[in-house]
Design a protein around this ligand. Sequence first.
Ligand SMILES: *[C@@H]1O[C@H](CO)[C@@H](O)[C@H](O)[C@H]1NC(C)=O
Ligand SMILES: *[C@@H]1O[C@H](CO)[C@@H](O)[C@H](O)[C@H]1NC(C)=O
Ligand SMILES: *[C@@H]1O[C@H](CO)[C@@H](O)[C@H](O)[C@H]1NC(C)=O
Ligand SMILES: *[C@@H]1O[C@H](CO)[C@@H](O)[C@H](O)[C@H]1NC(C)=O
Length: 443
Amino acid sequence: MRPIVIYILVISSICFKINAFSMTKHTGNKAFEDYPQKATTPSRDLLAVLDTKVSTGERPKSKSIPQKCSKPEHIIRNEGDMKQLEDCTTIEGDIVVDGYTDTVLDFGATKHVWGDIKVQNSSNVARVEGLELERIGGSSSFLFLTALSTIRLPRLKTMQSINWQVLPILSSVSFNSEVSSLETIIISDTALTHFTGFDTQSLNVLNINNNRYMELVESDVEEITGELSITSNAKNVQINLPNLKNAKNITVRDAESVDLRNLKNVEVSAGFIENSFKELHLPKLQHVGGTFGIMKNDMVQILDFPELSEIEGGLIIANNTRIQSISFFPELKGIGGAIRFEGEFSDIQLEELQVVRGSALVRTSSGTFDCNNWLKFGASSIVRGGVIECFSNKHSQTIHVNEEGRVVKNITDINSFSSKSNAANLKYSLFSLFMALLMIPGL
Ligand SMILES: *[C@@H]1O[C@H](CO)[C@@H](O)[C@H](O)[C@H]1NC(C)=O
Ligand SMILES: *[C@@H]1O[C@H](CO)[C@@H](O)[C@H](O)[C@H]1NC(C)=O
Ligand SMILES: *[C@@H]1O[C@H](CO)[C@@H](O)[C@H](O)[C@H]1NC(C)=O
Ligand SMILES: *[C@@H]1O[C@H](CO)[C@@H](O)[C@H](O)[C@H]1NC(C)=O
């Protein structure tokens, strides 16, 4: 793999590419091998002319475009329809391919499509090809194409969004040149294995989900102003977004490793759920504008948020079964919502915490955690949301505090958990009794 990757980098200064190494070894990187000899930069003059038109917001005058190339919507049903547009260097309007009956969708000599390209509901399409295509004014939207395995757009330079969903055998994508202007990337239910190497500073959406062979998601993006969601891909997926500083709403699920080393601010919420990583470090994170949740990460042993000082929503640390101590928020001063800590931890240390505006729930199966201690140590003076509940193996206690932090109700049940384990013990002894009876010969 390595020589091929280097080769591509050298030949065609890639800013954006999706390395879609096929699942089966023998087809390998074919998509990349097919094109490198072709000149990757088309005539500079032409590009310059087009670039000025774009930057001044002007589209080419319709009169310079043959009429058949300019319609609000070009509906394509088969190769014949496509051939009609073959000699349109520029197409105005959207191209909508729906119920396409042939297997190859070829954009022929078309270089510029000012609108969107939508290909949908065409279960025969195996290949989408636009060898000359340089610019898609809007989005490339490929939806529900169950036979699509290859997309080749080797000269594409500009497109606003990628919306690829339910392309279950799509395994090969080639963008052999630099693609800029991307705002939205949604890739869902494909057979792509890698999503790497693009160099977009700011995105609105990055959503990569249910790609069951996707092992690497990597980007230099610095800001994601909408949703960042990477969920349900290959079990061993690595997520590398080392330059990301600002994000709005992060959801990471089923990841084996996460690199967000520069993440400083989350505008709304961040959730890390059911991942298999062993460590999660967010060394620069300072502020979360909404809820921060770390749930059901069975393997995680190290959580590290050394600079996080404010969470404006709730804080949920739940069911990360290997976490022994909630002591990874050394700078956390305020929580705007509720806290919910569940798991097997035996210790909570939140030394800087001054206020929790919501309520608090602590539930641990640890035998050594002492609710009394935790409540005494200050929970009742920090939590302003009315109710503090604490359940441990030793003890269960619910206290109600008023807004000044004064205890107004105190319900203590010293043996709540042991009564449960008594029930279990009872079952066990009945079972042993039963076994014992069975073993008495003659009964
Ligand atoms: C999909 O294409 C088929 C065949 O052309 C057509 O019968 C069907 O109505 C289309 N479905 C949608 C949702 O467009
Ligand atoms: C954040 O993202 C999750 C999952 O993508 C979504 O369900 C939720 O509504 C989003 N929240 C906000 C405030 O955008
Ligand atoms: C944690 O696990 C317990 C027991 O399985 C469950 O009742 C609880 O809802 C879980 N908490 C979260 C936040 O998922
Ligand atoms: C609640 O009541 C228990 C038992 O009466 C007592 O030990 C504990 O200190 C009380 N807790 C608070 C926070 O008042």
